[in-house]
Design a protein around this ligand. Structure first.
Ligand code: ZN
Length: 486
């Protein structure tokens, strides 16, 4: 693995930095609506990879972009910009739409315990770089200008490189499946895609360029921002499987055309989510947003499901398998998560005995092996459930564990369940514990005040009362002592 230190901006100044550095780019959301399950799965999959690489000792630069321009309604080069359309319908400034949904996206990600990436670049903040990238493709002869727009010349590209190599397609088959151009099109060929689009008069998001007042094509932002922040070659590029074609295929073509070589060492795609066996789609009315899951406000849901239940459910499947969501499946996941939480809480309460009379060793190796095997989160969970049984036996007093084994067991649970799988197992217990500590501390202060009063130490008694009142506490002396509220 080799990535470049892009802290210095110009290409000449790029300095290769050696492992343990890893560059990772993941296609982020187009922010024109609330995040749904289709957003949760890649976010959690690549969060798992990010956490795992850091656990292995890599210093990871994780770039996840925000698409805020150029993603047209029909994914190809037609239709209205998704953000502009939302802005028009809601009578907002396009960047208001972006900010609104981005804030909500971040909130949802935090709820799912998805760590923020190292860099979150916006497409609209990289127009200059995208124009420069187009110039390189034009100079290399793999693009053409037509009516103020610039299109990538797929046929020409395919003469030198292989268009379709990532998704296993070939150009002849692709021609057969795409419709013929009607002769009115600006494109030479139906497979060509826009690098720059001239803005129509009603299009409000546009920038000056050498070719027209317009906006960049959707695929271009990832080629541009990936190479800007991670260098001309970098390690990992990820995203949902639905992005493999044409988005990632176009990205490869753009980068090879501009730079003369591939940029990405490893492509990684998470599989799709279906809802009750159906693809998510407008026609099925099954786009359940994350907030609807958390509040239970969608007709397909029987009840609310916590963010951790959603995370756990997604991790129960390997990222390359499909996942089918239903209320019943989520209820089962909720029970499974409750079992893990209970075992974890028991584990924290266990007292060590003189020697172990139950087998708890080997868990670390088994979990490491599963993670190293293509992030096999369901196997890690299976090992944790196996371990939960032993913990419950110990908790019931039917076996003993030595101090060293107990310490190891706690460390392994912390590492795999909490740090790597990112499950908040201690959440409720911890909150309850904080609450308890807070009540205990206030009670203790008021007891000290009562003692001071009994000893006629009015200065101390008044000081405690006044300070607590200043902090917003209501203190009432009663026959038996005191009462307080905030
Ligand atoms: Zn992308």
């Amino acid at each position: 693995m080799q990535i470049y230190n892009t802290l210095t901006r110009t290409k000449e100044e790029f300095k290769p930095i050696q492992p343990p550095h890893v560059g990772m780019y993941v296609c982020g959301p187009t922010v024109y609506g609330d995040a749904h399950l289709g957003h949760a799965r890649p976010a959690i999959t690549f969060d798992l990879l990010y956490r795992y690489l850091m656990h292995l000792g890599y210093k990871v630069r994780y770039v996840r972009n925000i698409t805020d321009v150029g993603h047209l309604e029909h994914d190809a080069d037609e239709g209205e910009d998704k953000i502009q359309k939302k802005a028009r319908l809601e009578q907002l400034e396009p960047m208001e739409v972006v900010q609104y949904y981005l804030n909500r996206y971040h909130h949802d990600m935090e709820q799912l315990n998805v760590l923020p990436p190292s860099i979150e670049p916006h497409a609209s903040g990289h127009i200059i770089e995208q124009i420069e990238f187009i110039k390189k493709i034009l100079d290399a002869g793999f693009a053409y200008i037509s009516e103020g727009s610039v299109y990538f010349d797929v046929r020409k590209y395919n003469e030198k490189y292989h268009y379709g190599k990532l998704s296993g397609r070939n150009i002849d088959e692709l021609y057969e499946t795409t419709r013929e151009l009607d002769g009115q099109s600006e494109k030479h060929c139906s497979l060509d895609f826009a690098l720059w689009k001239k803005a129509s008069p009603e299009h409000i998001m546009h920038w000056p360029s050498p070719w027209s007042e317009g906006f960049p094509g959707w695929h271009l932002e990832c080629s541009t921002m990936g190479t800007k922040y991670l260098g001309e070659t970098f390690d990992i590029h990820g995203g949902g499987m639905d992005l493999m074609f044409p988005h990632h295929e176009c990205e490869i073509a753009q980068s090879c055309a501009a730079l003369g070589h591939d940029t990405v060492h490893y492509w990684m795609h998470n599989n799709m989510i279906t809802i009750e066996g159906k693809k998510m789609g407008k026609s099925y009315n099954n786009f359940i947003t994350l907030e609807q899951f958390f509040t239970g406000t969608h007709p397909l849901l029987t009840k609310p499901f916590s963010p951790m239940t959603i995370r756990f459910f997604i991790l129960m499947a390997h990222y390359r398998s499909t996942v089918d969501f239903s209320s019943e499946a989520l209820e089962a996941a909720e029970k499974g998560l409750a079992r893990l939480k209970e075992a974890y809480s028991h584990l924290m309460k266990l007292k060590a005995g003189t020697a172990s009379t139950i087998q708890t060793q080997g868990l670390r190796d088994k979990c490491e092996e599963a993670m190293a095997d293509d992030l096999n989160s369901p196997i890690v969970l299976a090992h944790l459930f196996e371990s939960a049984k032993a913990i419950n036996t110990l908790f019931d007093g039917k076996a003993q564990i030595s101090e060293a084994d107990l310490k190891e067991l706690r460390e392994v649970w912390q590492l795999f369940a909490i740090d790597l799988l990112g499950l908040r197992l201690q959440e409720e217990g911890e909150q309850g514990g904080q609450e308890q500590a807070y009540h205990g501390a206030v009670d203790m202060l008021l007891e000290m005040r009562l003692n001071a009063k009994r000893q006629k130490d009015w200065a101390t008694s008044d000081m405690i009362r006044n300070r607590l009142t200043e902090l917003g506490f209501n203190i009432k002396d009663t026959k038996d002592g005191f009462e307080w509220s905030l």
